[in-house]
Write a protein that binds this ligand. Structure first.
Ligand SMILES: [Zn+2]
Length: 313
């Protein structure tokens, strides 16, 4: 008598467990409303951790670290054996996913080899906002994230829960001249207007989208800026910007989310820095180059020339 009862009980437990698991896997998230960033932690507990992203970078507190080597993006010019797939990813972003030969992110003092998996964008419905990170409280119209996983962890989803499993290189955008190189991407945006539409696009050198192959950056430890908010990301934000025209921003703002609303303002609010320190290898953060050294030297030169002129009077 006991056995069948236990069996039924066990089956119920199993059913409830699988429902809970399937619910938590399929738990949806958005950038506003009930499933917005303020509630992400209810379904994804890591989202209320102590080392979350994005953050505001207080430039006056950035620590110059000359040991940090520049990134070398030479592999970003590779096209042979590489496939690019453009996706309207869940109505959350425009993303390019890579397959085929591997593209490595070199330099930057990363603890291992990292492989490029995808890149995507966060943008605003107006150009005064859009970026996830901010510089001295200022937001930029768009931010590009190049997402890499630690090579020995094989892929993005396996690497995501591992400490330092991911390395993301970010770029801020500023509004300026028409950026012809972006046409290689934007020409295909009309074909990914609705959520989860995708298209294989002709492979082009990723380096075309970026200002240079050598990159100085801000460095800190953080998280994914979307659920599950895993705190496993080595963040590097380029100190140089990408320039794009306002009318090219309209192409991004012409995409749709899952509810067929305009896809824009897909950025997470700023998170607490807590005890973290932001470092940079950009020489402008060096003590020798912070402006005060220059003033001291020029003041000394003026004083010396005054003394000399008095001496020779
Ligand atoms: Zn992102």
């Amino acid at each position: 008598m006991i056995e069948p009862y236990c069996d039924i009980n066990y089956k119920w437990v199993k059913l409830v467990k699988s429902l809970i698991i399937s619910f938590s896997i399929s738990a949806d998230w958005t950038y506003s409303g009930t499933h917005g960033p303020a509630n992400w932690h209810l379904d994804f507990p890591d989202c209320q951790g102590m080392t979350q992203s994005p953050i505001n970078i207080d430039v006056s507190k950035v620590l110059f670290n000359p040991q940090l080597k520049q990134f070398d993006l030479s592999e970003y010019s590779k096209t042979s054996g590489i496939e690019m797939r453009l996706v309207n990813k869940g109505g959350h972003t425009a993303e390019v996913e890579y397959s085929g030969d591997k593209i490595h992110l070199l330099g930057g003092n990363l603890p291992d080899k990292y492989v490029l998996a995808q890149f995507h964008f966060h943008w605003g419905s107006a150009s005064r906002r859009g970026s996830e990170h901010k510089l001295d409280g200022k937001a930029y119209p768009m931010e590009l994230h190049l997402v890499h996983y630690q090579e020995h962890l094989n892929n993005l989803s396996y690497a995501a829960p591992h400490p330092s499993g991911l390395a993301v290189l970010g770029y801020f955008f500023k509004i300026g001249a028409h950026n012809k190189n972006f046409e290689q991407l934007l020409n295909y945006f009309p074909q990914i207007k609705t959520s989860d539409q995708h298209i294989e696009i002709p492979t082009f050198p990723l380096l075309d989208l970026l200002p240079s192959a050598k990159v100085n950056f801000y460095r800190y430890s953080g998280s994914l800026t979307t659920p599950p908010c895993s705190e496993t990301v080595i963040w590097s934000i380029s100190t140089s910007f990408i320039e794009i025209a306002e009318e090219q921003m309209f192409m991004f703002r012409d995409l749709y989310d899952k509810e067929n609303h305009t896809l824009a303002d897909d950025f997470r609010p700023l998170q607490e820095l807590n005890q973290r320190i932001v470092e940079s290898n950009d020489p402008r953060f060096s003590d020798d180059n912070d402006g005060s050294g220059y003033i001291t030297a020029s003041t000394a030169a003026v004083t010396l020339s005054l003394l000399l002129s008095l001496w020779f009077q």
